[in-house]
Ligand binder design. Structure first.
Ligand SMILES: Nc1ncnc2c1ncn2[C@@H]1O[C@H](COP(=O)(O)OP(=O)(O)O)[C@@H](O)[C@H]1O
Ligand SMILES: [Mg+2]
Length: 367
C-alpha cells in the first residue's frame, strides 16, 4: 500500500505538452479518478506513474520514493489496460500466474493466490479456458485478476470498462468499487466518462488539454464546479449556460437578466455577487434545476419562465425536455407526469438555489 504524489509533472513530445505542471497528492488507499475528454492527458499521466513514459519535468513519488528513474517492474504497481492485453495463447490460469512466475514466486504460493483471487472474482471455473473462449465481461475480470494477484501497492486502471456493453459496465463499476473497499489499496482510475468518475471516485481530478482543472469529491465538483469547463463536463445532460447576461438590480432585488428571463438571485448570494453588479456574467443552471410548474420539488427557490417545447424524451422516471426560447435551447429534466407537448408553450421553473455564475473572461466560478 502506498500514497502517490505528482510534483509539477510535465510531459512533452517536442513542443507539445500532453501534461502540464501536474501536482496531485493521492493518499494511501484512495480511489482517485482522472477524467476528461479524449486526448486531455489521462493515459499519459498514468503511464508516467507506471514507468511506461518518461517524465519530462517534475517528480512522481510512490510512497516516499521518487520513481522517475525506477524501472516499471520495481515500482510495485499493476495496471489494467482498456485492451486487457491478455496473452491469447495462454489459459486464464497462466495469464494470472504470469507476473508472479516472472518474479520467481514459489509455485505453491502462485497456485494459492491465483485460485483465491479467481474465486473472489467469480472466475474460478474459467481457469482452463483461453481468452477467446471468454465473454467481454469475463475477460475484463481476468485482466483485473491478473493485476490483483500481484498484490501491488498501487493499482492503475486505464478505461478498463470501455469494451463492455452498457449493462455490464454498470455491474463492473460496482464490482470494482467493492474490490477497492475489500483490498484497501490505492486505486488510480482513468476514464472519459463522467458517470463512471462520479460513481466510483472518492476524489476526481478533471483534466483539460493537459491541465488540471479541479480536483475534489464528486459532490463538491457537482455543487461547486470551479470553472465553466468543469461545470459543463460533470453532470448529464450538461448544465445550461446563458452567455453574456447582465447582473443587475431592480427595486433592491438582484436579478440575472438572462433574456427573455429576469431571474431573481437568492438573497444569501447577494454579498458574494455584489462586486459583479452591472457586469456581464455567464449564468449556469442544470437541467435537473429546471422544473415543470405543476411539479416543483419542495424547498426550491423558484424563478418563473416560459418556453417552447421542442423535443420530449420520456425516460420512464423523467422527461428530458428540450425547451426553446429566443433561439436558445434549454434542457430540462421534468417530472414524467409533466404535460408538455411538442410545439406548445410551457412554464419553466428555475431553482435559483442551485444557480451558478461565472466570470466570462477567466471562466472561473464566482464563489
Ligand atoms: N507517443 C506520443 N507522441 C506524441 N504525442 C502523443 C503520444 N502519446 C500521446 N500523445 C498525445 O498526447 C495527448 C494526450 O494523450 P493521452 O494521454 O493518451 O490522452 P487521453 O488518455 O486523455 O485520451 C494527445 O494529444 C495524444 O495525441
Ligand atoms: Mg487514454
Amino acid at each position: 500500500m502506498a500514497s502517490v504524489t505528482y510534483r509539477n509533472v510535465t510531459k512533452r513530445w517536442g513542443d507539445f505538452a500532453a501534461v502540464s505542471n501536474l501536482s496531485i497528492e493521492i493518499p494511501d488507499g484512495e480511489f482517485l479518478v482522472f477524467v476528461g475528454p479524449s486526448g486531455c492527458g489521462k493515459s499519459t499521466s498514468l503511464r508516467m506513474l507506471a514507468g511506461l513514459e518518461e517524465i519530462t519535468e517534475g517528480e512522481i513519488l510512490i510512497g516516499d520514493r521518487v520513481v522517475n528513474n525506477v524501472a516499471p517492474k520495481d515500482r510495485d504497481i499493476a495496471m489494467v489496460f482498456q485492451s486487457y492485453a491478455l496473452y491469447p495463447h495462454m489459459t486464464v490460469y497462466d495469464n494470472m500466474a504470469f507476473g508472479l512466475r516472472l518474479r520467481r514466486t514459489p509455485k505453491q504460493v502462485i497456485d494459492e493466490r491465483v485460485r483465491e483471487v479467481a474465486a473472489s472474482l467469480g472466475i474460478e471455473m474459467l481457469l482452463d479456458r483461453r481468452p477467446r473462449q471468454l465473454s467481454g465481461g469475463q475477460r475484463q475480470r481476468v485482466a483485473v485478476g491478473r493485476a490483483i494477484v500481484r498484490e501491488p501497492a498501487v493499482f492503475l486502471l486505464d478505461e478498463p470498462l470501455s469494451n463492455l456493453d452498457a449493462k455490464l459496465r454498470v455491474e463492473a463499476r460496482a464490482f470494482i468499487s467493492k474490490l477497492h473497499q475489500r483490498l484497501g489499496t490505492t486505486f488510480i482510475y482513468v476514464t472519459h466518462d463522467q458517470t463512471e468518475a462520479m460513481t466510483m471516485g472518492q476524489r476526481i481530478a478533471v483534466l483539460r488539454a493537459g491541465e488540471l482543472m479541479q480536483i475534489d469529491t464528486p459532490s463538491n465538483l457537482y455543487e461547486h464546479p470551479a470553472n465553466i469547463f468543469v461545470a459543463g463536463f460533470i453532470g448529464s445532460p450538461a448544465m445550461n449556460f446563458f452567455d453574456n447576461v447582465l447582473l443587475t438590480e431592480e427595486d433592491g432585488r438582484m436579478i440575472v437578466a438572462a433574456d427573455p428571463y429576469s431571474l431573481e438571485v437568492p438573497e444569501e448570494r447577494y454579498e458574494l455577487y455584489r462586486p459583479y453588479l452591472g457586469k456581464r456574467v455567464v449564468f449556469g443552471i442544470r437541467p435537473e434545476d429546471v422544473h415543470h410548474p405543476d411539479y416543483p420539488p419542495a424547498g426550491i427557490i423558484p424563478a418563473m419562465g416560459e418556453a417552447n417545447v421542442d423535443v420530449v424524451e420520456l425516460m420512464g422516471n423523467e422527461k428530458i425536455v428540450y425547451l426553446e426560447s429566443e433561439g436558445k435551447t434549454i434542457l430540462s429534466r421534468m417530472d414524467p407526469r409533466s404535460d408538455v407537448r411538442v410545439g406548445h408553450r410551457t412554464g419553466a421553473v428555475f431553482n435559483m438555489a442551485n444557480m451558478h455564475l461565472f466570470d466570462p473572461d477567466t471562466e472561473l466560478a464566482l464563489q
